[in-house]
Design a protein around this ligand. Sequence first.
Ligand code: TYD
Ligand code: MG
Length: 426
Amino acid sequence: MGDKVSIILTSYNKPDYLQKAIESVINQTHSNWELFVMDDHSNEETTAVIHKYLYDHRIHYKNSFVHPQHRLKTTRYATLINDALPYATGDYISYLTDDTVYHPNRLSRMVQTFLCHPEAQAVYSKQKVVHVNERGEEMSHFYRNANTVLDQAAFQVDHCSVMHRRLLLDRIKDKYGSYWDDDMKHWNHGDSIFWLRVNTFAPFLPINEVLDTTYKTPNSFQNAFQFLPADLIDGTFVKGSDQHVYFLDQGVRHPVGERWRSVYLDRTVIIPDPYLFQYHMGKCLNIPNYVLVKEADRPAVFYIDAGKKRRIESQHAFQFYQFKRKDILTIDKEVLESLPEGPPITRERSGVIANPPGRRLFFIERERFLFLHGVFHPISEQVVRKFFLQQKPIPASFRNIQQFPIGKPFYPVYDEIIKNLNIAIE
Ligand code: TYD
Ligand code: MG
């Protein structure tokens, strides 16, 4: 048997990191490899990087040209890997993402291990995980160890730390009908779902040496996906990897002008691109919903709610609903006048919450709720932390909100998926 390794590198819009990933393959001490650069319709900057390396006959490139509407339909990297695998001619298969680098002896150490252990089907190695900030500077790091034989590698071993024999693929396809399961619900852990398949045939042998370093950027899917509810919350300022800020409103993402910078600066939520692409692009908004505004020379403060301006009737109401003076933006008289008037925001003596402002957070008998579109939604603390860091919840009791329905909760979708998979996670 030979010692050729097929590497499947999946890429999406990370030109700088991608360049390092490709070079880390070129710099391997073991030279018998082929590299499939599977690009998922990245921007030009990224494809330009790829083209620089196509002179090397060992490097193959395919662009998926995926349409934005289809991006969310499958776990993209798994789809790309499945597209590449039929062309792989190596004795061994190894996976790489665009934000990871292989250390120079990665291939040689792994191939060596296979040569010493003819019975082994899959090996894995120790990984360095580096968290970087938006400027690419290291903030912290930790290691994922590799010191035991794993019968259950799922949720223990990263995408980029594994090599397996190619022949195993036929057995996997026979049994499961495909190589990688690219069902969309596994986006955040598609590698683990594949390891589950591998583990039905063989354990993973450890190599207790750091053979790759992966970089977690603030935009990385894992960070962006963490604590995200299945439905994003209307009225959120979001940004994907291109850094443009959008305002989400019922299936539409509106670009937001610079003039709202002070409002969105500390409350923009980073979300994965596929989530962003689900929303149709709308027009640039004059005034987004759920902001506090006033005219320059007038004391009246308004809350923009469902496209209407709602006057906040008293200081008492302003405080009760946890509004903050620093959030009030002064706008032109004409802009304010152009908006239809909604019911005022009041604070009743009886304590009854008659017509509360939309998209405010409540604390009702030790639980958190979000009032949105006339419904109180239970919301988990983690989702609150991601979406409402800046708002203190409004204290209330069920008695005082009893005329409103209780709706679907906003809980992190990831937890639900893991629970349904029914596997132990350390
Ligand atoms: P990445 O954003 O690095 O996720 P994580 O937070 O888990 O590190 O993406 C993982 C891989 O998926 C990476 O190789 C790029 C690829 N990918 C696509 O192929 N298409 C896409 O639309 C996205 C978002 C990622
Ligand atoms: Mg990544």
